[in-house]
Design a protein around this ligand. Sequence first.
Ligand code: GDP
Ligand code: MG
Length: 436
Amino acid sequence: LSDKLDKALHVLKGHGSITEVNVAETLKEVRRALLDADVNFKTAKEFTNSVKEKALGQNVLTSLQPGQLMVKLVKDELTELMGGETAGINLSGTPSVILMSGLQGSGKTTFSGKLANYLKTKKSKKPLLVACDIYRPAAINQLHVVGDQIGVEVYSEPENKNPVAIAQNAIAHAKQNGFNVVIVDTAGRLAIDEAMMAEIADVHKAINPQETLFVVDAMTGQDAVNTAKAFNEKLNFDGVVLTKLDGDTRGGAAISIKSVVDKPIKFIGTGEKMDAIDVFHPARMADRILGMGDVVSLVERAQEQFDEEEARKIQKKIAKNQFGFDDFLSQIQQVKKMGSMKDLVGMIPGAGKALKDVDIDDDAFKGIEAIIHSMTPTERAQPAVIDGSRKKRIASGSGTSVQQVNQLLKQFDQMSKMMKMMQGGGGKKMMQAMGK
Ligand code: GDP
Ligand code: MG
């Protein structure tokens, strides 16, 4: 934790404004966040290069609020990469026919139910679900269970082994019975094969759907991209459904798929329940992908909160060996101004996830502050004068123990030494000290 925190903060501390180094460091973090989110390496690299170019082109370095401009550049670029606008679905037919495609286990049957439920409750449609998975009787049952749950009729012909005929009969049934949307759930194989592709292509050709959706498991990462490519070549589908984007799944597949097949992502599935469906919003997905590794807003906040004047004063003091506990206290207050420790840690890529269950104490600084408050001005400026009896007094004054006071003094001493070495550019000396 502290390694990562230090690293992220290191970039920002002491830099009053965003420098070229800062832009590069920030983009490195963004790239790491993208890779963490399963975006392929090439896309991630192109992305950061393009943002960097724009940042330099727009004079981020000399703009009034470089942090904010960087945030905007990164988010805009990411949003653009995922299609920019939200893409709707075509419900113009009478009935509108929606065909589901995708591998087995990708979530077609579940999503068919979710979409039917969504269209029924949110769009006041009367949907019909169609079971065209002719290989597994259990699949037909599964769709019936889903249909019962959401109160939507399911059309199936358990004895019929011709999916094209079933789909056509279902559409005729829909016309006769006033259904205005027909959602055709199909069979999938565990891997792409010719027979399966031919079958879905036949259904596609016979029913000429308004919408052909390709359903893909967001957790399959790079495989998702290859599958999307194969289905698109065969079906020229209209949109993508990304399933299993629950909780922690970062959804980098959204970026990669979009950049490979150039079809909009229309919906996402976020759980097993029937209401776990969302329209896909590129801008929100951009937020999510940067999400737990929101370095960019860390940059922004640090930018706002770190008082440059203060930072310069402190650097001078360190140089003159005058850094005391009062300065330490004001440093702590600066850090606290940036927000809670939990918030800060959450912005570090990877750390948010890793530390989800770890309790981070926002009161971590309280004891330290109390001890410093119990010191006299002389003691704060020259900690060396603090002897045994002073330690006792400080401990009882701050409601801590002599041991805690000792600990702080020791840490402070180490920190002062370290800062002095860094000031003197004494990288070598520091390495030596660390070696010890
Ligand atoms: P199909 O073979 O393509 O029809 O896939 P199913 O709809 O049967 O889904 C396969 C498994 O994935 C089932 O256990 C579903 O409950 C699960 N599933 C589908 N969509 C989601 C989702 O958005 N989130 C989660 N967590 N599970 C899902
Ligand atoms: Mg199924």
